[in-house]
Design a protein around this ligand. Sequence first.
Ligand SMILES: [Fe+2]
Ligand SMILES: [Fe+2]
Length: 303
Amino acid sequence: MTTTPTDRTDRDRTATRLLRSSAEHSYDPEVEIDWEAPFVPGKYFVPPHRSSLYGTALWDRMSEEQRIELTRHEVASIAGLGVWFETILMQLLIREYFKQDPTAPHAQYALTEIGDECRHSVMFGRMIARLDAPLYQPTGVNQWLGKWIAHTGVGPRMYAAILIAEEILDTLQREAMNDENVQPLVRMVSRIHVVEEARHVRYAREELARQIRAAGKGRLAFDKLVIGRAAYLTGTRLIDPRVYQAVGLDPEEGRRAARANPHHRETMRWAGDRIVTFLKDLDLIGGPGTALWHASGLLPRTA
Ligand SMILES: [Fe+2]
Ligand SMILES: [Fe+2]
């Protein structure tokens, strides 16, 4: 894949802006967050209408306390997947950085983004511990695929997979940070993440678009398959079925109820909307990845 001198200039111009923004707007969760503050009684951990069981018969049977408890595990599940993706991303970025000229702003920004992700993963890890929830992370074949992409991910599939996770999380967190029904700790973690992730999304979107321009048509079939698999994993594992067990429900019954829940389906489509539109415009949704995208629950109803 070759890039033009214009691409290189453009790349470094964006990186220079992002480096400046990183210097001005970076947060240390260790000092910004009051980790000792008690949880506020009666407040949810994700906006209640975003709970995977909201509006189902199971939800109706649950007490208010149980519903809040479910959202505590749901936010832990989202954060667990977040840390998992960030750990993959840090490995990918450090390898990309190693191939580049360390005097170039584009390379320096990759390293700066790794710095952001280091703080985020500490923050998410600390939040999961503070929530007193289990670590919900992909297992089995998903875990294996994560290790595989961490070791081999390059080019469009690397940037697209990163963006799927970042943009879905970002949409959920933008809403949570402004919702007064949500626990202050979750709102603060969301706010810090949203501010810093805006840079990451910009960096990855521009780089992905450049790489697609440089790639020949028809050479992206394998990338489309990997991207579809990343979408499938994110869509189906954002809420780990073990969260239902944690609140006294049968995990399989909970998973089935969530999958059939029109509110939850709508939440997933809403969370996927921005990244789906972007990847569609780049013609990255389709080919051998089509079935996986459909099964991910992230596509709009008409697709
Ligand atoms: Fe992050
Ligand atoms: Fe990020």
